[in-house]
Ligand binder design. Structure first.
Ligand code: FUC
Length: 794
């Protein structure tokens, strides 16, 4: 072990297990947990999302007509398709030659003709249907309130009409696979409603379904996916009548509207499924289940995930303000609970958009109201799709990561073909985007679509799962084979740069900046990472020693990070960074976060990376801001990270005319991240960023004698002065740890460490360290006083 000034020790093992367990059942305070509004949604980005991973609804809470805008996560344009461009590999040497000769435009033009995906664009995620519930006369409502309690995952709208108090509740049930909308009143027989169901798709039709339902069926395109949605109306008391297009309920005490949907998607290759099969069976169960039972099953299921973490960043002077109003004054009011609310909202969204067996969260999670959504609401892999999953392990929602692993399995298959057809290479490759059909070839434009390291970045997610879980079987079966083949692709495609003598990647680009080039810094960081993880995995599994040695050797020959004339980290091989450039992508800082190519072990490179970030400024699109939070956390500057988080909490509003707001990044009234337009990645990045500010676990100490590594649990590494008092519970750390930290006046007062795997670790607070040696399953507690400032550990 490296020698350290070990000031504290005393890591007492105490029987705190039951205490930790009891705490799991405490939801966070209301200001950090509940979104509150005093008006119905005027636009989609004011409506509130619910989701069960697969079925999403945006709830408007509108009075005369409630609208639930509905999605199902497998409804996309297109059909099974191989996007590779036959003969692409023939122009590869020419592309490299042109780029070496500085003929970028010629290279881009040639690539557009011969190297790009067929067709050039990938397919788009689609809306499915809308449920509309007409409440005659309710536009006269008073005492209106609308809320989303993140601990309940139920949108609730309450108001009075003519002295009657109405309550609407909407949830998307994972256990029952239905969206449930319940309307009740505090006077018997007061619920009157007309339910309609429609779809934006031209080729769709709504018909009566049995004695109490409506069914919409259609297809996205003639030879594409078919879909079906069924709404069943279950009144308590009153009269129900159905005609071809609506279900009418009069004089009921309460009404349940149950909605289920499906498509003909079976898997990437097969769209011959029966869209009605899933919804029919889900509804046959749900329609016979009482509201209370549906609700309670939903609450139990949701809370099992959501309550694994609690955060408190301090109080708020916001009593009586709506969430919309809190956002509007966020720059003038100390409201740390708003940051905690955004943190919790990110966890809520991951639970709602990504569950085992569903599609992974796309650019909009699962919520999309447009036939032509921004960027197709696809999976952009040069930052956005990965960002969606940044919180998955650290914020204790590991099972929500699984759909992303399945996507990786699928792009490995299509990516093998792209590797062969476009590069004549073994292994697999994914460029900067994929879709439901798992396209892997370069899309859109050669000036940014040809970026071969998307797949390698996905490998980091598999690797992180292993580091957090220590699941050796997962490493052996799922992680290693995929990493190995990703690495083989780069062994085959790295080329020698005569000028520098290093191996470089290319043709490629530094996403999405500067056009087609050879050797962008980001590629080299990712490939070095991939080779490191792959070699480490091989050694852990005791296989392929020669391959691991080869990876180590090649890794040393890849172009290193370079410091340029401005003291910056160079984004490219040449020192051409423009100090006035504020581009949203900070690709060359991948090595700082989420990668670990650059750490404080090499302070000069770390400082250069920080200089690059300073030059790019504190603005950006939603996701760009989200990224900068974690970057500043890794630079150990909590106040700067907090400043960026506050920039993200800038209110952005869509105009009521249906157009989309523009400008810098921020947050919509419903807390959705504003690129703008809405893009969910920034929400997830904010959650991950807060974790990174409070705990970091990417560093290891190496035992000089035997080479064993020990994880360093860095406590409050970037605590901002704006959060002097608080606690976080349930945050995970690499090496199989779960932590609970409490701090007061900016000083850590208690650290509770739960070890799942019984691995050793070093607790680190500033320059002080303590050794953790807990057996698997044990919990230890340190309650002395520790001081943390964000700079003293460099
Ligand atoms: C990348 C980004 C854009 C946007 C898109 C979905 O292309 O550069 O800002 O987030 O993905």
């Amino acid at each position: 072990m490296k020698s350290h000034v070990t000031i504290l020790f005393l890591f007492a093992l105490l029987a705190v297990a039951h205490q930790v367990h009891a705490a799991e059942h405490t939801p966070p305070r209301e200001a950090s947990r509940v979104l509150v509004y005093s008006q119905p949604a005027r636009v989609w980005t004011e409506a509130l999302p619910v989701g069960n991973g697969r079925l999403g609804a945006m709830v408007f809470g509108t009075l005369a007509e409630e609208r639930l805008q509905l999605n199902e996560d497998t409804l996309w344009t297109g059909k099974p398709h191989d996007y590779s461009h036959e003969g692409a590999v023939e122009v590869l040497p020419e592309l490299r030659r042109l780029l070496r000769e500085g003929k970028q435009k010629e290279a881009e033009a040639l690539a557009m003709q011969r190297f790009m995906s067929v067709p050039l664009r990938q397919m788009a995620y689609q809306p499915l249907a809308d449920l509309r519930l007409a409440f005659a006369g309710h536009e006269r409502a008073t005492d209106y309130a609308r809320r989303l309690d993140l601990d309940r995952a139920i949108v609730e709208t309450t108001y009075r009409v003519d002295g009657v108090r109405y309550t609407r509740e909407t949830l998307s049930s994972h256990p029952h696979q239905v969206v449930v909308h319940r309307v009740s009143a505090d006077r018997r027989g007061a619920v009157n409603v007309v339910v309609r169901l429609d779809s934006q798709h031209k080729e769709s039709k709504t018909v009566r379904d049995g004695a109490d339902g409506l069914r919409v069926e259609g297809n996205v395109q003639a030879d594409g996916l078919r879909f079906a949605g069924i709404a069943r109306v279950v009144p308590s008391g009153g009269r129900l009548s159905v005609d071809g297009s609506s279900v009418k309920v009069e004089g009921a005490d309460a009404v349940l509207v149950l909605f289920a949907a499906g498509t003909s998607y079976r898997n990437v290759q097969d769209i011959s499924g029966d869209p009605l099969a899933g919804p029919t069976s889900a509804l046959s169960v749900a329609a016979g289940t009482a509201w209370e039972a549906l609700r309670d099953a939903h609450l139990a299921d949701h809370r099992k995930l959501f309550r694994r973490m609690t955060i408190d960043l301090g109080g708020a002077a916001v009593a009586g303000l709506t969430t919309h109003e809190r956002l509007a004054v966020a720059d003038k009011t100390a409201d740390p609970a708003l940051a905690a609310l955004l943190f919790n909202f990110g966890r809520y969204l991951l639970v709602a958009s990504s569950r085992p067996g569903t599609q992974p969260a796309n650019l909009q999670g699962i919520w999309n109201d447009r036939l032509d959504p921004p960027w197709g609401s696809k999976y952009t892999t040069n930052i956005n799709a990965e960002m969606n999953y940044w919180p998955a392990e650290v914020a204790n929602l590991a099972e929500c990561h699984e759909p992303f692993f399945t996507l990786i399995d699928e792009v490995v298959e299509s990516g093998r073909r792209t590797a062969q057809v476009h590069y004549g290479a073994s292994g697999w490759v994914l460029h900067h985007n994929t879709d439901l059909w798992r396209g892997t070839a370069p899309i859109n434009n050669s000036n940014h679509g040809i970026w071969p390291t998307g797949g390698a970045w996905l490998c980091l997610h598999l690797w992180e799962r292993w580091r957090y879980s220590g699941d050796r079987e997962f490493l052996e079966r799922r992680v290693y084979p995929i990493l190995k083949d990703a690495a083989r692709f780069f062994l085959d495609t790295l080329v020698l740069d005569e000028k520098s003598g290093f191996l470089i990647s290319g043709p490629s680009n530094s996403p999405e900046h500067g056009g087609l080039v050879m050797g962008p810094t980001m590629d080299h960081q990712i490939i070095r990472g991939l080779f490191t993880w792959t070699a480490e995995a091989a050694r852990e599994l005791g296989v392929d020693e020669a391959f691991a040695i080869a990876l180590d050797a090649v890794r040393e020959r890849i172009a290193p990070n370079r410091i340029g004339r401005l003291g910056q980290l160079q984004e490219w091989m040449e020192d051409v960074d423009d100090p006035n450039n504020r581009h949203r992508h900070v690709s060359h800082l991948w090595g700082v976060f989420p990668g670990e190519d650059i750490t404080w072990e090499t302070p000069d490179v770390m400082r250069a990376a920080q200089r690059s970030l300073e030059l790019r400024g504190d603005g950006g699109t939603g996701w760009s801001l989200g990224w900068k939070i974690s970057l500043w956390a890794r630079f150990l500057d909590g106040d700067h990270a907090h400043r960026i988080l506050m920039n993200q909490l800038t209110l952005v509003e869509d105009p009521p005319d249906g157009s989309k707001g523009s400008g810098g990044g921020g947050t919509y009234p419903n807390l959705f991240d504003a690129h703008p337009p809405f893009q969910i990645d920034g929400n997830f990045a904010a959650t991950a960023g807060v974790c990174e500010m409070l705990v970091q676990s990417h560093r290891v100490e190496r035992d000089a004698a035997n080479g064993d590594t020990v994880v360093v649990l860095d406590l409050l590494p970037a605590l901002p002065s704006a959060w002097p008092d608080g606690f976080i519970r349930g945050v995970r750390a690499r090496g199989g740890f779960e932590l609970e930290l409490a701090w007061r006046g900016g000083r850590l007062v208690e650290a509770i460490v739960h070890s799942k795997l019984g691995k050793p670790a070093i607790l680190r607070l500033g320059k002080r360290i303590a050794t953790v040696a807990l057996p698997a399953g044990a919990t230890g507690r340190w309650d002395g006083e520790l001081t943390s400032t964000s700079h003293d550990r460099r």
